[in-house]
Design a protein around this ligand. Structure first.
Ligand SMILES: [Zn+2]
Length: 281
């Protein structure tokens, strides 16, 4: 395999790895998103439950008041029956007073009952509205959840396609280079970077020392001393101008350039030009 093919193989792998990393990051958010739907549903149910409990409590109070009123009334009826049986005026007065008290109690209870009835009407309306809202929102949430599940399924399909592509792409790179690349990925997340004409690593923007730069230009895949990514000279990928043998030519060119560079013949102006060129790349 030529150096160009190796670099191109690594580039494909690097793009796939970046895509897979992005997919994995998105994947991490899925459980949270699904749980958020359940939380929203639960919060609506809780709100509805609160209103339902209010209705039940008012119904309970109303029922108990009705029973107590019925009890008092039956007592009053009984006492009224016994009024005529009273043989002494004291007995009559005492019983009449009990009846009076009981009647006042009934009147107060009836007032309370009427207040509870008004409250109950309002609470029942609120409960009906809450139930309606719950039904509507539950449907909305169910639809959104289904859409999310669909998105997750699509995502999983994409992930398995990318993983398969990656498996295929691995076979296009030499095993030892692949091992170095994967080690670099463990360090930097993204294991490959080009070095531009100005000699700067595109992964970390650090300038590569001339000695290493010369080695790279002589068709070698190196390692960035700063970010530990695998690095290659970008010009190796450019088609040679008058190439007879594309595998030899770039190496020869690099070697010639290396000679020039090692003698330090570059003028300040030339270096400046290089730097400017770097930012334009
Ligand atoms: Zn670097």
């Amino acid at each position: 395999m030529s150096i160009k093919e190796q670099i191109e193989g690594l580039q494909i792998l690097n793009v796939l790895d970046a895509e897979i990393l992005k997919l994995k990051a998105a994947e991490k958010k899925f459980p949270e998103a699904l749980a958020a739907f359940d939380d929203r549903l639960q919060s609506i149910k809780t709100k509805t439950d609160v209103v339902r409990l209010q209705v039940e409590e008012l119904e309970c109070r109303s029922k108990s008041l009705e029973e107590s009123i019925a009890g008092e009334r039956s007592q009053i009826k009984q006492w009224e029956g016994r009024l005529v049986e009273q043989s002494t005026p004291e007995g009559y007065i005492a019983l009449a007073r009990e009846i009076d008290i009981a009647k006042k109690t009934v009147a107060t209870s009836e007032e309370n009952l009427s207040a509870i009835a008004s409250e109950l009407t309002v609470a029942r309306q609120k409960y009906a509205a809450a139930q309606e809202q719950m039904t509507r929102e539950s449907e909305e949430i169910a639809a959104q959840k289904a859409a999310k599940r669909k998105e997750i399924k699509k995502h999983e399909e994409l992930m398995s396609a990318k993983t398969a592509e990656r498996t295929a792409a691995r076979t296009k790179v030499d095993a030892s280079l692949l091992a170095r690349y994967e080690e670099a990925c463990r360090h930097a997340g993204n294991g490959l970077a080009a070095v531009g004409k100005a000699g700067t690593c595109r992964g970390c923007n650090m300038r590569i020392r001339p000695q290493l730069l010369n080695i790279l230009r002589a068709s070698v895949i190196g390692e960035c001393p700063s970010c530990h990514r695998l690095i290659y000279a970008e010009e190796l990928l450019q088609p040679p101008v008058k190439a007879v043998d594309p595998e030899v030519k770039p190496a020869e060119e690099a070697a010639t350039k290396a000679k020039g560079a090692s003698k330090g013949r570059k003028t300040k102006a030339a270096k400046k030009k290089d730097e400017t060129g770097d930012t334009e790349e």
